[in-house]
Design a protein around this ligand. Sequence first.
Ligand code: THG
Length: 368
Amino acid sequence: MTLISPSRRLRRTPFSDGVEAAGVKGYTVYNRMLLPTVFRSVEEDYRHLKEAVQIWDVSCERQVELRGPDATRLMQMLTPRDLRKMQIGQCYYVPIVDETGGMLNDPVAVKLAGDRWWISIADSDLLLWVKGLAYGFRLDVLVDEPDVSPLAVQGPKSDDLMADIFGDAVRDIRFFRFGVFSFLGHDLVIARSGYSKQGGFEIYVESTEIGMPLWNALMEAGRKYDVYAGCPNLIERIEGGLLSYGNDMTDENTPHECGLGKFCNTHSAIGCVGRDALLRVAHEGPVRQIRAIEIAGPAVPGCDRVWQVRSGEQLVGRITSATWSPDFNTNVAIGMVRMTHWDAGTELNVELPDGSRRAALVHEKFWN
Ligand code: THG
């Protein structure tokens, strides 16, 4: 693949001018929006993310906003995670399931007020499902996609950079909590979260007009921390076991198959549309599940299709994400493996486009 032809259908973001000025080298498409995938090289970006601080244009993590008296009821219809104890100011990672218990999305839910939520979505048209439920159940709630674009600040020097712009109070934000901070007269939600294991924040930038002023302020203040533009990094996220909806899981999978059972309280999630289906499958337990897998040999090619996993002739799983890891000096991968072959240490074969490789289920959950 060599070029993405720009058009209005493929949305730019409030930060696209900054991303281009920083020399973006590749994009993917996510929620019909541009998402950078590489700036210097995937390996250089990876090293820099682990040592310094990066600014990520993750505007493609669009918000589905629920607002009104039935907002919380609707939110609970979407997920098997029990939301009753969730406080205003908290964020929850929530599996979203359909009536069969199939995964529709794996967003971050942000509780802004008792009657107002943002669902910060992964790559699927969740807005349509949510609007359909609100209309079909005659709920008293407004559902739309506001002009809110997350800008992530990720890496070990994130706290220092953010404190320079927003004050030392940002250092006190706890993991998956948010505070409201002012920038050029605009109130912004800032959470300690993000799609990496290196620490950092997500700024929910409300209104396109402050996008570039904020980008420029972070880049300017970040010089002393060696700040650079970055993006979700393939190597770092596989090492960290962060799942990618559409790649590692689809609506064919239950949350339990995805290893997201710890984010389900299906018994007490009264009102969840997938509750009955999930109670049935949770009782039996999944027969295949997401696992961390090491693939032997030199650097694997890009995993842009499923690679079958075999034990002898028998098909026992599939790899859906894989890359060379410089820090672990091996190929790291995420795949779905059948119960009969998912124990740590199990040795298998993976069918790459250029031939078969030895592989093994790793002992730790992932590489962090
Ligand atoms: N941030 C925000 N929106 C998002 C993402 C994000 N939308 C799209 C996509 N990422 C959704 N998927 C994920 C996957 C993992 C996490 C968040 C969103 C994540 N998981 C942590 C982990 O697994 O270690 C922590 C989960 C927890 O303990 O609650 O952060 O990144 N705004």
